[in-house]
Design a protein around this ligand. Sequence first.
Ligand SMILES: *[C@@H]1O[C@H](CO)[C@@H](O)[C@H](O)[C@H]1NC(C)=O
Ligand SMILES: *[C@@H]1O[C@H](CO)[C@@H](O)[C@H](O)[C@H]1NC(C)=O
Ligand SMILES: *[C@@H]1O[C@H](CO)[C@@H](O)[C@H](O)[C@H]1NC(C)=O
Ligand SMILES: *[C@@H]1O[C@H](CO)[C@@H](O)[C@H](O)[C@H]1NC(C)=O
Ligand SMILES: *[C@@H]1O[C@H](CO)[C@@H](O)[C@H](O)[C@H]1NC(C)=O
Ligand SMILES: *[C@@H]1O[C@H](CO)[C@@H](O)[C@H](O)[C@H]1NC(C)=O
Length: 295
Amino acid sequence: MRQRRGCIRVLAPFCVLVIFLLLTLTASYKPVIVVHGLFDSPSDFGALLEFINETHPGTNVTVVDLFDRTESLKPLWMQVEGFRQVMYPIMQNAVDGVHLLCYSQGGLICRALLSTMPDHNVDTFISLSSPQMGQYGDTKYLKWLFPEHMKSNLYRLCYTQLGQDFSICNYWNDPHHRDLYLNNSNFLALLNDEKVNPNATAWKKNLLRIRKMILIGGPDDGVITPWQSSLFAFYDDNETVREMKSQSVYLQDTFGLKTLDARGDIVFYTMPGVSHTLWHSNRTVYDRCISPWLT
Ligand SMILES: *[C@@H]1O[C@H](CO)[C@@H](O)[C@H](O)[C@H]1NC(C)=O
Ligand SMILES: *[C@@H]1O[C@H](CO)[C@@H](O)[C@H](O)[C@H]1NC(C)=O
Ligand SMILES: *[C@@H]1O[C@H](CO)[C@@H](O)[C@H](O)[C@H]1NC(C)=O
Ligand SMILES: *[C@@H]1O[C@H](CO)[C@@H](O)[C@H](O)[C@H]1NC(C)=O
Ligand SMILES: *[C@@H]1O[C@H](CO)[C@@H](O)[C@H](O)[C@H]1NC(C)=O
Ligand SMILES: *[C@@H]1O[C@H](CO)[C@@H](O)[C@H](O)[C@H]1NC(C)=O
């Protein structure tokens, strides 16, 4: 009896501490900012909002309502500027920082924001099936625009000044026309510091302000091509997929990827059985790959 009471006396401060921690933790989920992808809009994210409300009640989630539907074809630097103006005040209101959850094309918009915002306070950047190393493939999204031989010919449009006015061309990465890509891609090649970027050092430093980068992708995506682009892998000039660690942007650490990896701050999830449009409404994907990071 005596012993038990002594034990309680010893443990009591810990109990108070644990309760205090639980209270502060549940009270302080960081705000989440969601950026949609090509041809979609905030109305597509209802399931995700319900998941977050259920597992992390009280989280302030903003699905930015900009460049919806066909507007999402606008040049990516223009979109980056628009999203920056909406996100900046949210970041300023969030003393402990925010999380970014960026889907498909939105993942490139977010990466560009992270690289070009010297004072962002993003804690965790979740890239949900985003073509981080670019896209080279026919997709059903584009069939109506370029019905035949689209993949092998799109460089003719994309790697021109006119082509760069379309978001898709900003990250079109044709492994057979690398010289044209480097000369004309004014978004991905610049962001990756593959073409000379006077601000590369600053951009790298900005990106490295994040705490974690979560990369989610899968072989049954059906749109992102190669699907491994979502994990920073890409085709070589023979259309063989080379893993992230073989990419020259990684080896030369041009924009911070290798540093992040060396820090242990990139987490990879390969999720089979998910087609492109279902990533943000799949409960398994949410529970396994997203929910644990929304602290
Ligand atoms: C979150 O869930 C609660 C309980 O189910 C519900 O009452 C509330 O309306 C939901 N809030 C949002 C923003 O969906
Ligand atoms: C959510 O965040 C936005 C942007 O910081 C803010 O305007 C809004 O008041 C917040 N909502 C709640 C319920 O805290
Ligand atoms: C590179 O781009 C510039 C400006 O767009 C153009 O004048 C030049 O011909 C291009 N060079 C190659 C090799 O494509
Ligand atoms: C580099 O940064 C300067 C100053 O912020 C800016 O004026 C310039 O446009 C930037 N260059 C590029 C290529 O973004
Ligand atoms: C390209 O692929 C072909 C056929 O798979 C193979 O024989 C060749 O060695 C590859 N070339 C390179 C440079 O990887
Ligand atoms: C949801 O994700 C799981 C895990 O990757 C997958 O097996 C399943 O097929 C997906 N369901 C749908 C409807 O996409």
